[in-house]
Write a protein that binds this ligand. Sequence first.
Ligand code: GLN
Length: 542
Amino acid sequence: MTKHIFVTGGVVSSLGKGLTSASIGMLLEQRGLRVRMQKLDPYINVDPGTMSPYQHGEVYVLDDGSETDLDLGHYERFTHSPLTRDSNYTTGQIYQSVINKERRGEFLGKTVQVIPHITNEIKGCIRKLADDDVDVVITEIGGTVGDIESQPFLEAIRQFSLDVGKRNCLYIHLTLVPYLKAAGELKTKPTQHSVGQLREIGIQPDILICRSERSLSREDREKIALFCNVPIRAVIEEKDKDFSIYEVPLSLVENGLDELIVEALGLPAGKLELDNWRELLHDLRNPEHEISIAVVGKYAEHRDAYKSIYEALDHAGIAHRAQIRIQRIQSESIEQEGPERLLAGYDGLLVPGGFGERGIEGKVDAIRFAREREIPFLGICLGMQCAAIEFARNVIGLAGAHSTEFNKDTPYPVICLLDEQKAITDKGGTMRLGAQTAHLAAGSKVAACYGTDLISERHRHRYEFNNLNRQQFAANGLIVVGTSPDGSLVEIIELEEHPWFVAVQFHPEFKSKPTAAHPLFAGFIGAAVERHLSRGGAAQRV
Ligand code: GLN
């Protein structure tokens, strides 16, 4: 029978519940168990696809085209759990489904209520992941205990243990134990209150994971154990990790978390196998080079807006034994101060995806700088579209060339709306989404990176490279090296006369793992390391 772990959070948001859940999944997998991961988000949006990156950070896209919460990125980077649209549900989806059932008359005249109809729907979503070939389902509940929106989810997971039996469910609560400088001590009261709130609604957590900037003393743990009604062994410290998020699983193991879970649920676990992970941390701690990459985007000041891109850069760094110094640069500041001032000295430039006109000209200027100065460049989605605009304007001489997303009346629409998008007016879930196959041109840089000529990558866009311009671009040295299988959609462009200038219509960052860097990111960072060394970088070994 499949066992269930529920992860809740208390005291404050942004505690790293996603990372902790992913780490738990990874540790159980490394003990030979088959794990599935899931996140339930209490907000009312149907999915994060229509939310601003300021509100929500990046939208993480799955193979099946669902637009999901960025915590699912952690799940994929840490575990092998297959993720589908059943891996992320929101209040919006739950209500939509219940209301559709009501309209179809499925409730046979009953009054439709939060309990039991909404909670049944939530439990149904959790049960979908349980199946014969799954040992453990880990369900993370978004938000913070005490939020009004979270209540139906907490009620549903409370009921869940009645349905499947107490021995088959485990409740893990993540809290903050703040350090008060003035008092010179850690404070356990917020944790006591948060657990108190959970107990009020009938959930007694089995394990507490305490985030803290300092180590918890035996006394602190005893106090938390006593007031929160858990054994002292079940008070697990998770100290802040300044160095890398990939340290989190190891620190949880040191504090005995995997053993505790396996025992509590009676899981058929094997010995913990962590050699790979330790090797990865060793490489991360002992880089041979230090290189700097500029990421020029619209939300540069926001750490979560390009989360998977930053992670993928780090993975490629691990593969090349290079420490990556990422400089996040606001594209609008390039418009104001010029690329020379802001971009000189970097070993590589990355322009990520995005929507809307703000900062576009800064991205175009940055790409021109990378093209002319032979700085390795990776353009992703909107980054590729900007590369096409830049090349059209500054190399081919098509003044005013643009994407019709930003200028409907441009004389040279080098980027235009996909045919399939022309009649669509709804915003949510209507882009070209998810995994699509592409063919790579033999002899291209990208084919060398991938080591194959057939790839599958995830997409999220409405606009495409205008096929009318293909010949003209190629004649001037920017060639199409990847297309959809029927050749109709441009997926990758590459500059012939440049050390490494590659731009892609898809999002490679979603398929990179710390233990397996994505081929394109690895190729890009490889070129950046080469540039660094050729400019005397070896002397600056770290
Ligand atoms: N706004 C562009 C489009 O819709 C690019 C999207 C993206 O970068 N994800 O095609």
